[in-house]
Design a protein around this ligand. Structure first.
Ligand code: NI
Length: 415
């Protein structure tokens, strides 16, 4: 029912917009749409109690229509349906300038034959998300989101400016009708990426969007060195099945060397044996996740016993470090909706499986990360095998060289 209502609203909006506006622009009544990425290969459901409608590949962009009860209603290309919210992660877009003689079309799918949803304007700045396509990227501009050829963008030279009195409204598109997404007080330092018809696209630590160019002044502060590219790549390393009295401390030492933060999905019975090791992990600033008490495949247990596995682990974690786990990962990635309903924290899987537990080969662990790493990846490793500790230094060195920042799972999934 809700979907029917949503579609009707969309049609009505589109119809009205079409009548009023010469160009494609949605009325400025809703928040800017939300783009997320699948963190694993995900099944799209019409109705979660029935067979999936289709499989969405890992690392695909979806438009989130709304979220409810652990499920997200999404649009993927020409399909609409539900997928579990925990299979979606946010990704930080690059802000790039459109540099093209023609106004590039935004398409429904990454195919040149695909229907067009509208077009972008030359010299405007849009949010650009890299996708696994040789020709296309995924783009958002206001309420328009879809696939665009990747050869129409250029990176801009940034200039420092400061907000004039009294304050300035930040909008999602260049124009007074753009959706208001925030307000910056006077004297806020901003980075201007482009000017477009009297509107400046700005970035600050907190916000990005269009403001009236006339509300900005040249910053009196001494010129700062050029900012690193707008893109910041993040990756979450995760270590399962510990804590281990010998391997975990080695891993902590290597993470410290690179100032890297990671997430440890610990097993309750090991925490009980080595509470001090877990304490050291938490004190070093890493995130602690619950990975059940005995590493049981939860889908083979009664719901009551599954809950017991989760709760007893929370209890020993709290006893050791003074607070609960902030994320959960089911052993073997095995879970269902009723198990997820028992959780008070996000259910987190992974996108890169190093298979370190299987091959015990540091070279292969490194190769698995090297081959698959991208912005937003969640890497699965185990801090109970010496060979994993042996691989870690070279993994961190390789990723650092590629510009990755090492964050916890929670930092990765929230903006
Ligand atoms: Ni495990």
């Amino acid at each position: 029912m809700r979907r029917v209502f949503f579609l009707l609203t969309m049609l009505l909006c589109a119809g009205l917009t079409y009548l009023i506006m010469p160009h494609y622009t949605y009325a400025a009544t809703e928040d800017p749409i939300k783009i997320k990425f699948t963190s694993i290969q995900s099944e799209l459901y019409d109705d979660p109690s029935q067979e999936p409608v289709m499989i969405i590949p890992e690392n695909s962009p979806v438009i989130v229509l709304f979220e409810e009860d652990g499920w997200s209603e999404v649009q993927y290309k020409t399909f609409t349906g539900s997928i579990p919210t925990e299979q979606l992660i946010t990704s930080k877009p690059k802000h790039l300038l459109i540099n093209s003689k023609n106004e590039p079309l935004v398409r429904m799918t990454d195919s040149p034959q695909s229907d067009s949803l509208g077009h972008l304007y030359s010299n405007s700045i849009v949010e650009v998300y890299e996708i696994d396509s040789p020709q296309f990227v995924f783009v958002r501009y206001g309420h328009l989101a879809g696939y665009v050829y990747n050869n129409v963008f250029v990176q801009q030279n940034a200039r420092q400016r400061v907000v004039k009195d009294p304050s300035v409204i930040v909008r999602s598109t260049a124009g007074a009708s753009g959706v208001k997404i925030g307000e910056l007080p006077a004297k806020t330092e901003v980075t201007v990426l482009t000017n477009f018809n009297g509107w400046a696209f700005i970035e600050t630590d907190q916000a990005s969007g269009y403001v009236l160019a006339s509300s900005l002044a040249i910053s009196e502060a001494k010129p700062t060195q050029p900012k690193p590219p707008a893109t910041s790549k993040k990756i979450a390393l995760t270590f399962d099945d510990g804590p281990h009295p010998k391997v975990t401390p080695q891993i902590l030492k290597i993470l410290k060397k690179y100032e890297a933060k990671a997430t440890f999905f610990v097993v309750g019975c090991e925490v009980k044996k080595y509470p001090q090791v877990l304490k050291d992990v938490a004190n070093a600033g890493h995130e602690i996740g619950n990975h059940t008490f005995n590493h049981k495949k939860l889908t083979t247990l009664s719901l009551r016993n599954a809950k017991l596995q989760i709760d007893s682990t929370d209890a020993v974690i709290k006893a050791a470090i003074g607070h609960n786990a902030t994320v959960f990962r089911p052993p073997y990635g095995a879970y269902n909706k009723s198990i997820v309903n028992q959780l008070n924290v996000p259910n987190v899987l992974w996108s890169i499986d190093t298979l370190d537990w299987k091959h015990h080969n540091p070279q292969k662990t490194l190769a698995a990360v090297q081959k698959n790493a991208k912005n937003g990846s969640i890497v699965l490793m185990h801090d109970i095998h010496q060979e994993t500790a042996d691989a870690l230094d070279s993994i961190l060195a390789m990723l650092q060289k590629q510009g990755y920042e090492f964050v916890t799972v929670s930092e990765l999934t929230t903006k």
